[in-house]
Design a binder for this molecule. Structure first.
Ligand SMILES: [Zn+2]
Length: 89
């Protein structure tokens, strides 16, 4: 029982330290990648925003005028949704 009282604060402290060292960017990327959209057929071969191949990097989709467009990330999708006409020219 004595061991618990000695080790618990140490483990907790190292957890806090390792946590503060890690930049808080990766978890958001993982959340997006968790949605499997690779089986969805999209009309565009390239991400209209960043021009990455949708066949390889498809992570998100948006429906515009009845067509399904694919994007490498939700960020690109948001950019596209702001001004879809600009990206489809
Ligand atoms: Zn993109």
């Amino acid at each position: 029982m004595k061991h618990y009282y000695i080790y618990t604060p140490t483990v907790f402290l190292s957890f806090l330290l390792s946590c503060s060292k890690e930049p808080q960017v990766k978890p958001m990327k993982k959340a997006t990648a968790a949605i499997d959209v690779t089986h969805i057929k999209v009309v565009n071969e390239e991400d209209p925003v960043c021009h990455m191949k949708t066949a390889e990097y498809l992570k998100d989709t948006a429906v515009y005028k009845g067509q399904v467009y694919g994007f490498c990330s939700s960020h690109c999708k948001d950019e596209f949704k702001k001004q879809p006409e600009n990206y489809l020219k």
